[in-house]
Design a protein around this ligand. Structure first.
Ligand code: GLN
Length: 489
């Protein structure tokens, strides 16, 4: 990596504002890095090279604006967030030529804060997947080992940030899609509390679960981005009208974990975790203890039902949300059909991929008369029990610490023909979305067998992102860091 792209977002924004480096230099460094790494990792679906260079020159001319915390900083955005007048495909053929006529609220906030949006990241189609192999365009690869997946569905975002293509990306997390790829690629990724960040302009998959958040190379960088994108939005009635603390300032308030009780959910630390992952996660627990935390065991009695409840609920919501892609209003249409019903059928059969079709069918089934009570209603009841598990756990601890995934990044092709196996890789991430809690992946080491990154997730009660970030930074400071991804050298 060159010097510029190795720096953190925080450092870069400081040097830009102090004019130690020009915006054009930073943008060119990122574009250069993209040129070198993109053929290997396929992290991007769209790149706005010319307009970004022009924007950089314009910014250098007008000079820094102290009101803009991200002034001149190049970032990328998962292609599930609407960007005005530039493509937004959701990794799907059905939205191949779709250019939204409006901007997602969080994209607007990032632009208003001075960020330069380089392009849109590769992803699993409509954010359904755990490996980015479900992208209708190309398969993204893990910068640590190109034969392995970068995780998903925000795999392009994670791979790009790890490879130094940008200083941050915005991912989305419906059942783990920020935390799992962050773990697989050795970066930091934060899923905020449901309602913390506006979903306006985030193309819906599971509306009661979806939440966008930062993917960066440090906790402080996550805090800076979260400061910008958080807050109530009149265009999203599920965004919460609640004061947004200064997450970056909060980081200075804690240097250790003294006085904090960290809970290890018994059910999450049992068998089924690969030995190298377990070893790295255990070392993170030891670090937390050394930093002064009180480690306690907590109980999550309904954890084992999380995956089943999650997949029923997200598929039910997806079947309803994706009904809008009918060839009439958006993107692709099979124009060879004269009959309306046939046009719908052909457009959806050709425009949507296998996994998306599977979920629409299963979602329709679990909502149908005669099956609703047995599946959807039961899943909704379990969701409530899982929420209560968290409420109870947080009576005896301040933060929960758990593995992100049972193993390091799997090989490309390893799980793609076995959907159930693929779903099971989300075993430790989905309960958080069901409960609406915030959680963050912190990279803790490289597995001794595979040499691939291992992350751990810190989970806090709703709206306690500051605590997650503080504890994440303490662990980060105690760790040596992973170094640069081996697959790119
Ligand atoms: N892997 C999970 C799924 O396939 C989560 C996806 C996500 O968080 N967007 O549904």
């Amino acid at each position: 990596m060159n010097d510029i792209v190795e720096k953190s977002l925080l450092e870069t924004s400081r040097s830009l504002r102090e004019r130690q480096v020009k915006v054009i230099e930073v943008v060119e460094a990122c574009l250069d890095r993209i040129e070198k790494t993109e053929p290997k990792i396929n992290a991007l679906l769209h790149l706005d090279r010319e307009s970004c260079l022009a924007r950089a020159q314009e910014m250098d001319r007008s000079g820094p604006d102290p009101e803009k915390p991200l002034w001149g900083v190049p970032i990328t955005i998962k292609d599930v967030l609407c960007t005005k007048d530039s493509p937004t495909t959701c990794g799907s053929k059905i939205l191949e030529n779709f250019r939204p006529c409006y901007e997602a609220t969080l994209v607007k906030k990032l632009k208003d804060a001075g960020a330069i949006i380089l392009g849109k990241n590769n992803m699993d189609e409509f954010a359904m997947g755990s490996s980015t192999e479900n992208s209708a365009y190309k398969i993204a690869r893990n910068p640590w080992n190109l034969d392995h997946v970068p995780g998903g569905s925000s795999g392009g975002s994670a791979a790009g940030v790890a490879a130094g293509q940008c200083f941050a990306s915005i991912g989305t997390d419906t059942g783990g899609s920020i935390r799992q790829p962050a773990s697989f690629c050795g970066i930091t990724g934060l899923k905020p509390t449901y309602g913390r960040v506006s979903r306006f302009g985030l193309v819906a998959f599971g509306s009661s679960l979806d939440q966008a958040g930062p993917m960066t190379r440090s906790a402080a960088d996550c805090a800076l981005i979260l400061n910008v994108i958080s807050g109530h939005d009149p265009d999203d009635s599920t965004s919460v009208p609640r004061l947004v603390p200064d997450f970056l300032a909060a980081l200075a308030e804690r240097k250790d974990l003294k006085g904090l009780r960290i809970g290890l959910p018994r059910q999450y630390w049992e068998e089924g975790i690969s030995p190298e992952t377990m070893e790295c996660c255990q070392s993170a627990v030891n670090l937390a203890r050394d930093a002064g935390a009180d480690i306690v065991e907590v109980d999550m009695p309904h954890a084992q039902f999380g995956i089943a409840a999650y997949y029923i609920i997200c598929m039910a919501e997806a079947s309803s949300n994706l009904a809008r892609y009918d060839g009439v209003k958006y993107g692709f249409r099979d124009k060879s059909r004269a009959d309306l019903l046939e046009m719908y059928r052909e457009t959806r059969s050709q425009g949507l991929g296998e996994e998306v079709q599977r979920r629409i069918m299963m979602g329709t089934f679990v909502l149908s008369t005669g099956y609703y009570d047995a599946y959807y209603k039961k899943a909704a009841q379990i969701r409530r029990l899982i929420q209560q598990d968290y409420v109870q756990a947080f009576e005896s601890c301040d933060l929960v610490l758990a593995p992100v995934t049972p193993s390091t990044a799997f090989k490309i092709g390893e799980n793609i023909d076995d959907p159930l196996q693929m779903y099971l890789t989300d075993i430790f991430t989905t309960s958080l979305n069901l409960a609406g809690m915030p959680g963050m992946t912190v990279p803790v080491g490289l597995g001794k067998d595979t040499g691939l990154p291992v992350g751990i997730q810190l989970i806090a009660p709703a709206f306690e992102e500051a605590l997650v970030l503080q504890a994440g930074q303490v662990l980060e400071n105690a760790l040596p860091g992973l170094g640069t991804p081996k697959g790119l050298s």
